[in-house]
Design a protein around this ligand. Structure first.
Ligand SMILES: [Zn+2]
Length: 208
């Protein structure tokens, strides 16, 4: 059984709660709960925890990972400047990697965004990219601004398009009503099947 890296005890907490974040197991529990009880809890939820950890694998130097379904080898040791070279991503620090992933995602996302915006007649919209923890995108119809989660870099172009169509549909209907889905499914008929893939997305964590 994997060891939790972090145990947080809280006075006001009523029960033990476990989450997996950035490849770490984090347990929060009421103050009264013993470490043995926490171990028992982790054992009962072992399958779920392992499943979550598989969704956030740790990538070390030399390991392979995928960006938009294309495989790259992670390289932290090369003396060449950081960047994407053929099927290799060279980065010496997490900051460098963040920039590389941002630039790569920005280029692809902006191009898909422009293409879809043009086809739907939304040429005056802006795109922003950020890392969301619990959503794939958002839309501010008033500002004509669509924000997309950079973690979609670990999915594929179909998923990226589906999220973009979803956010563009919010320019027409702000909620998730029947009318919203009618519009969305007209633009992206396979939306539900494609979006369902995002449940199984693997978001790697990189070790330097
Ligand atoms: Zn929505």
């Amino acid at each position: 059984m994997c060891k939790p890296l972090k145990i947080i005890k809280r006075k006001n907490q009523k029960r033990i709660v476990c989450r997996v974040q950035e490849a770490k197991v984090i347990v929060s529990a009421p103050t009264m709960v013993s470490n043995q009880q926490i171990q028992d809890f982790l054992l009962i939820h072992k399958d779920w925890i392992l499943q979550q950890l598989q969704k956030q694998p740790m990538i070390h130097h030399g390991d392979y990972f995928e960006l938009f379904d294309i495989s790259y080898q992670f390289d932290t040791n090369s003396l060449i400047p950081s960047g994407i070279y053929d099927h290799r991503v060279v980065a010496h620090t997490s900051l460098e990697l963040k920039q590389i992933l941002y630039d790569h995602f920005q280029k692809i996302c902006q191009s898909r965004f422009n293409c879809i915006a043009h086809s739907l007649g939304f040429d005056d919209c802006d795109l922003k990219i950020k890392e969301y923890k619990s959503r794939w995108g958002s839309c501010k119809p008033k500002d004509k601004l669509i924000t997309i989660n950079i973690n979609l870099i670990f999915s594929n172009i179909l998923c990226l398009d589906a999220v973009l169509y979803h956010e563009f549909a919010h320019l027409v209907v702000s909620d998730h009503s029947k009318k919203f889905y009618q519009i969305l499914l007209t633009w992206c008929p396979d939306y539900r099947q494609i979006h369902a893939q995002l449940k199984n997305i693997v978001i790697p964590q990189f070790q330097f």
